[in-house]
Design a protein around this ligand. Structure first.
Ligand code: AHR
Length: 492
């Protein structure tokens, strides 16, 4: 029996809905085919954007979308992506498969897409191969209301009013594909570029500095020390894989319990990363003004057999769903510092929420976790105490249970719980304190197979179902969590 105490009297911070953000890069079939098919396509579309995708994304209430990369961002020259499409120059997407990028999806299309799905735009600017002037002009083009060369150019391209732009990243992975810089050098570059990311009129930009890779605590230390006062957010990138050794990619769908275990163990590593980066941030920013922005996270496995290795196309199983749920529980529980997170990536790349094949589209198990967890958006984190049993394998062990809980504006309580064991039920008894529950219900995602997935022929293999057997005994919620499951309880 797993005994838990939910203290509704002990209210913690607000869970920033941006924790449920997404990332879409010009990589493989994410933008082209996944989002943009063009107005002349046979695939039903709204002004060139896939209708089925737009509708599915609207349902999970994506708060924020990061674009255009990733590594692509530090090679992207935004002026190539404006004006009449037939006149836009082509470029080679050297990072991702060496394919030709025709720039048909540019700034205007990005803002239109964000508006269609209801997401706040988050643009990542080019520090690696772009100039300060280029970055400055992009912000002016997007946000300046008056008369200026860039605002006038925007008008010529059909947009009279400026857009509102809240989030701007000053470079991406500048320790690697974004310029191979030292932390000390990038900190100076960050300050230089960020100076010219101007606030025009009422538009206030939240500036995000390119942060560390995984456990590069030196990077966080230097950035916070040298530029902490000039940034609103500092990013962190960490991908969950079967091993730290990049040569061991593992299959997204064909795995045994050992790789189920190692992936979930590596997903939990995000907790240590958040704790340790946050501790360094606390030293320079005890008031927690600077947000930790985990703007790339998710699973990274070998590509689907027969697909372009540069396109990073992978399938998605129940294991990915649990990885997502574990991450959300960690981010929710650290909402004092984690202000945004963006899954990599939205469609057809890495841990995607949607996969497409021509006219066909499917929602992955990860999509359903986003759907299930949207109740936490903007809710107040609650205090939860419990001791998890272990899930052990081959002499190693991790927690069997991962949890977070919140109370929404209407007073409803939501508790999200993952049972990571592939074979062991978890009987739970949650003592609800400071609240008189009237009833409790639950929903669940699970399957008999650890590698269950949705396919284009069987797209509803894994969907959210009603959880039976959840009951209230006095002030206790009691029930059984099946093995390998993610459950959302609602207590009213
Ligand atoms: O998400 C794929 C790539 O992973 C991104 O382009 C880059 O930032 C990271 O290394």
């Amino acid at each position: 029996m797993v005994k838990m105490i939910l203290n509704t009297d002990i209210k913690k911070g607000i869970i920033n809905k941006n924790i449920y953000g997404h990332f879409a890069e010009h990589l493989g079939r994410c933008i082209y085919e996944g989002i943009w098919v063009g107005e002349d396509s046979q695939i039903p579309n709204i002004k060139g954007f896939r209708t089925d995708v737009v509708e599915a994304l609207r349902k999970i209430k994506i708060p924020v979308l990061r674009w255009p990369g990733g590594c692509f961002a530090d090679e992207y020259h935004w002026m190539d992506g404006i004006g009449p499409k037939e006149k836009r120059p082509c470029m080679v997407n050297t990072h991702w498969g060496g394919v030709v990028e025709n720039n048909h999806f540019g700034t205007h299309e990005f803002f239109e897409f964000c508006q269609l799905i209801g997401a706040e735009p988050y643009i990542c600017g080019n520090v690696g191969s772009g100039t300060v002037q280029e970055m400055q002009q992009w912000v002016e083009y997007i946000t300046f209301d008056g008369k200026s060369p860039m605002a006038d150019l925007r008008r010529v391209n059909g947009k009279d009013e400026p857009w509102s732009l809240k989030y701007f990243g000053v470079g991406n992975e500048n320790w690697g594909c974004g310029g191979n810089m030292r932390a000390e050098y990038y900190a100076d570059q960050y300050k230089r570029y960020a100076t010219y990311v101007r606030n025009f009129g009422d538009n206030k930009i939240y500036k995000i500095a390119g942060g560390a890779s995984v456990d590069d605590y030196h990077w966080t230390e230097v950035l916070m020390r040298e530029a902490g006062k000039q940034m609103d957010g500092l990013s962190l990138h960490y991908y969950t894989r079967i091993s730290k050794d990049w040569s061991k990619q593992g299959s997204a769908t064909e795995f045994k319990e050992n790789e189920w275990f190692s992936v979930l163990q590596n997903a939990f590593y995000m907790e240590e990363l958040v704790n340790r980066h946050a501790t360094i941030m606390d030293k320079y920013d005890p008031e927690k003004k600077v947000g930790l922005i985990v703007d790339e996270w998710g699973t990274w496995f070998a590509v689907e057999p027969g697909t372009n290795p540069g396109f990073l196309y992978q399938q998605n199983t129940l294991r990915d769903a649990i990885v997502a749920a574990v991450h959300f529980n960690i981010f929710n529980n650290h909402c004092d510092r984690v202000q945004m997170a963006n899954i990599a990536q939205m469609i057809n790349v890495l841990q995607a929420v949607i996969l497409t094949e021509g006219q066909k589209m499917l929602l992955t198990p990860t999509y359903h976790i986003f759907d299930m967890y949207k109740v936490h958006h903007g809710a107040r984190l609650l205090s939860m105490e419990f001791e998890s049993p272990d899930y052990a394998l081959g002499g190693d062990k991790i927690s069997q249970i991962s949890v977070s809980s919140s109370q929404d504006k209407e007073g409803k309580i939501h508790i999200s719980i993952c049972n990571l064991s592939p074979w062991q039920d978890a009987d739970i008894d949650i003592d609800i304190r400071g609240f008189a529950p009237r009833y409790a219900t639950g929903s669940i995602i699970t399957s008999h197979e650890i590698n269950a997935k949705n396919t284009f022929d069987a797209p509803n293999n894994l969907v959210i179902k009603c959880l039976e057997g959840i009951g209230l005994v006095n002030n206790h919620v009691v029930g059984k969590l099946p093995p390998k499951s993610v459950v959302m309880l609602e207590i009213v």
